[in-house]
Design a protein around this ligand. Sequence first.
Ligand code: NI
Ligand code: MN
Length: 227
Amino acid sequence: MAKLRFLGHAAFHIEGRGLNALIDPFLSGNDKTPFSPADFPDVNFIFLTHGHGDHLGDTAEIALRSAATVVATVEMCNNLSKSGVRSHPLQIGGAFGFPFGRVKMTPAWHGSGIQLEGGMIYGGVAGGFLIEVDGKKIYHAGDTGLTMEMNLLADESVDVALLPIGGNYTMDIDDAVRALRMIRPKTTVPMHYDTFPVIEASPEEFAKKAFGLTAVKILKTGESMEV
Ligand code: NI
Ligand code: MN
């Protein structure tokens, strides 16, 4: 049985057989999370949905300390490899069978530019992940607007979907509810809300509107659930 812990914003920690992983570890610079890169010295994988700072976050620092493999698009992996990070590039729609389970990169309607001091550089396209571990499927949507591609996930029998609800940069509550009608996950955890003023949203309102479509699990930062 895998354990899923919410680290704030869109960051999660997954522990399962052969897997000790982070998704989008934006920790330093997020004053809403008590976690820091030093809390994760021995992760073996980091799944990175896209290049924006609130997702790329501490990826390089954590990966270099732990020797974790970063799974991301070819463009993001290419960029990270310049700092010595070990990576496994995937691309949208592609999947690979890792020792712990299969990981597929899913479409997201969003950007993926990497903000550096000199300006934004190209980071490929944004994505999400369908991660299999301990016989369960976890879908992290990344940052995305509502998209018809989510229909493709209906055949996957998603156990837990991690969906943005904060609006402005991603789906808002109402669009996330429409996404549920396509994805049909057993359980849904709302994410990507309240970190900044423009993405304030009520997870309780989402839970109310999603009633009958999925079980909603609202995780406070640091809280875990079994998958
Ligand atoms: Ni983004
Ligand atoms: Mn974001």
